[in-house]
Design a protein around this ligand. Structure first.
Ligand SMILES: Nc1ncnc2c1ncn2[C@@H]1O[C@H](COP(=O)(O)OP(=O)(O)O)[C@@H](O)[C@H]1O
Ligand SMILES: [Mg+2]
Length: 306
């Protein structure tokens, strides 16, 4: 049995660049915090925009509060690696001795995927982090995953470490993380997409790779930027059937705009139908807001759609 989006401890938000991953992270954070969860949003060395969305101070590489029950951190590889080294060695002095050694540095950096793991591992580690009284610090950690290539590169890394790195602390942590990532009660991937042809195709491929190759559970699909339909199916067909022409007055220019809108709505309807048919999870729809969504009011609106 898989859990709903509200009950998981680690959510990986992924999708192509610009589709609205950070917007969805912000909306998810507000939604979950509203349910009384303590939420941490982790970003991967991002050009930080979350603070604009939530109306907080800029988020750096230390965990900071960005709203009621919401914290955030913009992770960097070097800082994350340093923290990991210190955590592993339980001593700053020992870390300095070891990691200021050029050979150790070179060796550590040669571990396959270590740069990605530094951040993914840190994000995962925050799910295990406890306060002084032994209580878990965060109920849920969101990972605003990088938009590299297929979005899968980072998620492949723990498996690579489990497969190729000799036993030891690094492999132990990667194994624990990988086990959690695959458990649909605890973890899930949130796929963000747009109601357009290419993103739809890529999302279906991404979902297949998650299912078949990585065996990671999908917690949710968010279709972002959905237009309210102005035309019925018949009206769309009528508009699209008008042959190309040069507009001569405002009436014919309006007809051309209507035609363009009809095409967009048709592509959207086709994309939504495909996504609903081919994906294992029913999508949530985020409307295309009239103004840019990067402000707290818009994020609160979108949070209601989770
Ligand atoms: N539903 C929406 N309506 C209006 N603007 C949006 C919407 N979703 C995202 N945006 C805007 O689009 C831009 C890209 O969104 P962002 O979440 O930063 O994408 P990503 O993190 O995937 O690169 C931002 O300026 C954001 O405010
Ligand atoms: Mg982003």
């Amino acid at each position: 049995m898989s859990a709903g989006i509200d009950d998981r401890r680690f959510l990986i938000v992924t999708g192509k660049g610009g589709v609205g991953k950070t917007t969805v992270c912000a909306a998810l954070a507000v939604h979950l915090a509203g349910k009384g969860k303590r939420v941490l949003v982790t970003m991967c060395n991002a050009k930080e925009r979350l603070s604009t969305m939530l109306g907080s101070d800029l988020v750096g590489d230390e965990v900071t509060s960005v709203g009621p029950n919401i914290w955030a951190v913009n992770m960097t590889q070097d800082k994350a690696l340093e923290e990991y080294g210190m955590l592993a060695l339980k001593s700053k002095a020992l870390y300095t001795v070891l990691f200021d050694n050029k050979y150790v540095r070179v060796f550590f950096r040669a571990v396959p995927g270590i740069q990605e793991w530094a951040m993914l591992g840190k994000a995962w580690w925050h799910t295990t982090e406890t306060d002084a009284s032994g209580k878990t610090k965060f109920d849920v950690v969101l990972l605003d995953a990088p938009a590299t290539g297929h979005g899968l590169d980072m998620l492949r890394v723990p498996k690579v470490i489990v497969d190729v790195v000799p036993p030891g602390l690094l492999r132990r942590d990667a194994e624990a993380a990988w086990k959690m990532f695959q458990d649909p009660k605890q973890c899930g991937v949130v796929l963000v997409t747009l109601p357009e042809e290419m993103p739809t195709q890529e999302t279906i491929e991404l979902a297949a790779a998650l299912k078949n190759e990585l065996k990671l559970p999908i917690a949710k699909i968010v279709v972002n930027g959905v237009l309210p339909p102005l035309f019925s199916k018949e009206e769309r067909a009528t508009l699209e059937a008008v042959p190309p022409f040069e507009p001569t007055d405002s009436g014919s220019a309006a007809l051309l705009s209507g035609q363009a809108r009809a095409t967009r709505e048709r592509v959207q309807a086709e994309s939504l139908a495909r996504l609903s048919m081919e994906l294992p999870v029913r999508p949530a729809f985020f409307p295309l807001l009239f103004e840019d969504a990067a402000n707290p009011g818009s994020i609160r609106e979108l949070a209601k759609r989770v």
